[in-house]
Design a protein around this ligand. Sequence first.
Ligand SMILES: *Cc1c(COP(=O)(O)O)cnc(C)c1O
Length: 341
Amino acid sequence: MQHFASDNYAGICPEAMAAFTAANVGHAGAYGEDEWTRRVSDRLRALFDTDCDVYFVFNGTAANSLALASLCQSYHSVVCHELAHVQTDECGGPEFFSNGSKLLPANGENGKLTPAAVQEVISRRSDIHYPKPRVVTLTQSTEVGTVYRPDEVAAIAACARSNGLRVHMDGARFANALATLDVAPADITWRAGVDVLCFGGTKMGLPVGEAVVFFDRRLSEDFAWRCKQAGQLASKMRFLSAPWLGVLEDGAWLRHGRHANAMAQRLAAGLQQVPGAKLLFPVEANGVFCELPEAVLAGLRECGWRFYTFIGAGGARFMCGWDTKPASVDALLADVSRLSA
Ligand SMILES: *Cc1c(COP(=O)(O)O)cnc(C)c1O
C-alpha cells in the first residue's frame, strides 16, 4: 500500500539508485575529494548557469540551519512565514546552529510571504533591544503546496535587499516547484535575488541528502568547517553526491517532479467531486490539503491510510511522490467517496 503521509515515505528512484551503485567501485578520496562530488558540483553550476559554491549535507534541517547560521550573527533575526518548516518543524535547529538568531514569523496567504508582510515585520522595531533583521527565508514549494512565481521571489528579494537582508530559499521541494514553473533554475533563484538555496534531494527520490548552493560565494566562507562541526561532513561523500548525478543527468528530477505534481492534480480533481471535502489551498505542487469530516478521517485511518493533520493550517495533508501510482490515488479517492457517502 502506498501512503500519502509524506513524499519521504517513497524509496529511492531508479536513476539515483543506479548512480549510487555505480559509485561503489574501488577506493576514492574521502570527505568530498572524489570525482563524483566534483562532477555533481560542476553539474549543479551548469544547471544554475553560474559559478555557485555547493555543499552536501544529510538532511534538510541541517541544510537550512547551517545555511541560515552562515548568514547570521547570534544577535540577528530571520524573517520566515509562520508556517515555515524552519519555524514549525526543525526543533529550534536554526536558532541552535546560529547561537540564538531569532526567527520572526510573518503571515501571508497560501503559505507565502509578501514584500508587505516582510516590511511589516522588520519595521516593527529598530532599537538596540530587538534582534536585527538579517535574512528572509522563503520555502519553494511552500509548506502548503503552493509555488512562488519568479516575480514574487524578486519582489521579496528586492524588499530584503533594500533593507540590508539576505535571501535564503528552503527548497526541500524545489524540484516540484520547478516542474510547475517550467522556468530556468536560475530565474527562480539567483536571478530573482536568492543568495542561498537548500536544494532538496531526499523528497525527490534520493536515498539521503540535500545540496546547499551558495550563489553569493562570499557567504560560504568557512561553511565546510560549519558542516564538519555539526556532524554533517560525510566521510564517504561520494555516496551522498553520486545519486544527484543520476537524477540530474537526463532530467529525471524534473520528470519525477512533474509526475508527483500530476498525481496531486489527480487527487485534487477527485476530491472536488466529494461532498463535504474542501480543498484548503491551490494545488500547485505535490501536496493536497483537504478539509474532511472527522468521521471520514477516522475511517481513512481505519482503512490503513497514513496522512498528517498537523501540518500547515489543519485539514488532512496528502503528499504525492515520484513513485505515487494513479491506482493508489484512485484507491484513496474511492475510500474518501465511500466514507463520505
Ligand atoms: C522535509 C522538509 C525539510 C527537511 O526536513 P528533514 O526531515 O530535516 O530532511 C525542510 N523544509 C521543508 C519545507 C520540508 O518539507
